[in-house]
Design a protein around this ligand. Sequence first.
Ligand code: NAP
Length: 340
Amino acid sequence: MKQLQLGKTGPQSSAIGLGCMGMSGMYGPSDRAESIATIHAALEAGITLLDTGDFYGSGHNEILIGEALKSAPPSRRDSAIISVKFGAMRDPAGGWSLYDARPAAVKNFLAYSLQRLGVDHIDIYRPARLDPNVPIEDTVGAIADMIKAGYVRHVGLSEVGATTIRRAAAVHPVADLQIEYSLISRGIEDEILPTCRELGIGVTAYGVLSRGLISGHWSKDAAGKGDFRAMSPRFQGDNVDHNLALVDALRKVADAKGVSVAQIAIAWVAAQGSDIVPLVGARRRDRLAEALGAVDVALSAEDLAAIAQAVPHGAAAGERYAAAQMAHLDSEQGSKGHAA
Ligand SMILES: NC(=O)c1ccc[n+]([C@@H]2O[C@H](COP(=O)([O-])OP(=O)(O)OC[C@H]3O[C@@H](n4cnc5c(N)ncnc54)[C@H](OP(=O)(O)O)[C@@H]3O)[C@@H](O)[C@H]2O)c1
């Protein structure tokens, strides 16, 4: 598997990473044994970057990754780069509340993550969202303390805008920004991506298949109970019809190239720069195998033009999150950023 440098100061990473969120309930039920087999297959294929959040299944996802790492061959286990998000608060019924990225909370969350993962350090540690009550300098300062103490290797960020990125990077070098980026989510192109490039910060792109919507496998109303997509604007009513028509257009381009829709969508993100690592959210081995096929898809200028015609900039109907969640995204607040 091709390796990329994740930001000027970050680790080397496989050219695509595995996002493990879907293995812990965000997209409805998942199969534990198949999830672990998928992580093993990813490591075997040379994927090194595994992404999680301590709040995915309220710890379930970290325990699962810990179990998969324990039963993986030592060489694969040792090459794994674990990226963990913290800060999102849950309740026992699975509900979501506020964010907590105070320095004391950072250290507390980290202590639990190390236990659940069964590791002595985390490679990249990042607040999932900007806590509007805590200056980003304080949160990053706490992660920097944990780096000095040996429990963390690198600082990462997630869904923050240019101003916050600059403030964070002034405290400690930042390896990467994790943020949604796909053919139909291109908000980072104007200001956020240039800022990362100026500061030597890599990008781990999530939602490269728009959570399955542009994977070529989605059909209207496929989301069941407890599936994030049942509430997501792009998957609703007329929006999903409009968005699936874009997928039909993309399918023609993919067919002409002899690849699948998911592969062309992942390859498009990878083609936007060697500083971008697409995170694929496969939770089954067949989906992973398809995603891995994207690594060798080279897109020519003609391919990129055909893709742009099929899915023009800004073509998606519906926001990427519901309004209440959009309000938590510092990345969507323009250059003002949140107050903290
Ligand atoms: N920083 C953040 O705020 C944030 C937010 C969300 C996610 N993330 C991270 O990014 C990772 C990826 O995000 P995501 O899961 O939403 O992204 P995604 O890759 O756009 O969507 C994954 C979904 O697409 C479907 N799919 C269909 N064909 C696929 C294929 N060949 N390969 C992979 N998936 C295929 C699967 O749905 P079915 O399994 O239902 O078929 C899968 O669950 C997450 O696992 C998480 O680690 C970060």
